[in-house]
Design a protein around this ligand. Sequence first.
Ligand code: FAD
Length: 482
Amino acid sequence: MSTDVIVVGCGPVGVMTALRCAQRGLSVVAIDKSMEIFPLPRAIGMDEEIQRLFQNAGLEAELAAVSTPIRGAEFLDVAGNRLVGLELPEGTLGLNGYPPMTMFEQPGLERALRAAAVAAGVQMDLGVRAISVENARDGVSLTIADEDGREKVLEAPWLVAADGAASTMRGLAGIVLEDQGFDEEWVVIDTTVVDPELSLPRMAQQICDPKQVITFVPGHQKRARWEFKVHDGDSGESLLEKTRLSRMLSRWVKPEQVRLDRSAVYRFHAVVADRFRNQSIFVAGDAAHQMPPFNGQGMNSGLRDAENLSWKLALVCQSKAGVGLLDTYDLERRPHARGQVQHAADAGRLINALSLEQDVSTEAGYGGGRPFPHIEAGFVCGDHPMVGHPIAQPTLDETRLDDLLGEGFALIGNRTDQIEMSPSSRSMWDRLGSKYLDVRHPMIDSLRPNGEIIIVRPDRYIAAVTTDIDTTSARLEAAITQ
Ligand SMILES: Cc1cc2nc3c(=O)[nH]c(=O)nc-3n(C[C@H](O)[C@H](O)[C@H](O)COP(=O)(O)OP(=O)(O)OC[C@H]3O[C@@H](n4cnc5c(N)ncnc54)[C@H](O)[C@@H]3O)c2cc1C
């Protein structure tokens, strides 16, 4: 095998997967058909869990340089009255230790990600396209071709297909998308404010005007995005003529007050792959799920795929866990992504209900209206309400929890020398490179009122909260010994 993992697609999800695999000691080849970072407007909002992932990937400063926390989101009627909303006062931090949502600039962040991946040892081959694959239980042979048609074969035990919405690899792997019932065309316009006197809202807004449904999103620093729903009978490309774009924006700005950076017409879909793995190929990111951007969760969901898969691939490639652990990728990530896709599609339905049908009774599906999905089955155990959720990240004596947890598993209990367990449990956790920690903080204490042991996974999700460490260890071990 020429490498441990091949990643097809160097968008944010492919590069994060490659980076996290390399940081965990794997050899990785990542390829992309394009030499350039995708030039059209796309992700702009990053949630707190993914900001924490950037911290753990060593890219906190790079993210801070291209991002600004948002102050909330609201739905407005035509007269500007708030129908539904969620305000985030300045300085609000979520349980992960970061602002609930920060607005960033995708191309800048992708450049930082790529540089980090190369520095971590990822072999990044740009300008080569994946064209065919032989996929078997014991690995893949991937044929790639450069721009002159010269072909080469790469072999690896595992391949991650992160080649975007129109994924070639998904089809080659025999994985199909299932429709969740949303299909709308929208025009997206990215701008930079050039008039220092112009003041735009600091919250995202859905303007529920039956004549023209509009989303406004304040971006990083002076950037601002508008999205306009294309109504029936309107046609695609002519919508992007400059005079027409200026007319669309005229409710907010005069043409000379902003620079038009990028614009595109997108079809917003809601689809999820019927499985996230076939033999040695995994799908991740837009290749596995696509959703309308109303909750800003497309890339965030893809980066959850990246982190979920990379620690499992590392343990399997390093023979610390059996291949059965990789079955938990589909078990954990597919229902979670389905939940996100449904939630995003429902936010779109809410916009339509509020603006076109004047129906304020529709379930919000936005902001805090519905619980965030969590991992219900996979490498998790027990019925504690926080199992399958990320553990909170408090700061203890100026050290953040994740800096104590390290890169692998962590068992948090009363005085580490008193985490008593059988030799076989101890040997399993030692084999997985676990840390044993005593952490005292109200956010952690509240999770273990009866002195339970918290088992934290490398992706910071809680695998179990238990007073019976031996039974829990045995149940979790069953998932990793096959
Ligand atoms: C208007 C809009 C707003 C959005 N806002 C948000 C937001 O606020 N928050 C959020 O989280 N998400 C948002 N998203 C979604 C987000 O942009 C995507 O989910 C994310 O970019 C997908 O990343 P990816 O790495 O999976 O795929 P991509 O970024 O599409 O990368 C796929 C890569 O694969 C390469 N490739 C394709 N085929 C091959 C092949 N055969 N061989 C080699 N390489 C190949 C492509 O060149 C590309 O570089 C938004 C999307 C849109 C359209």
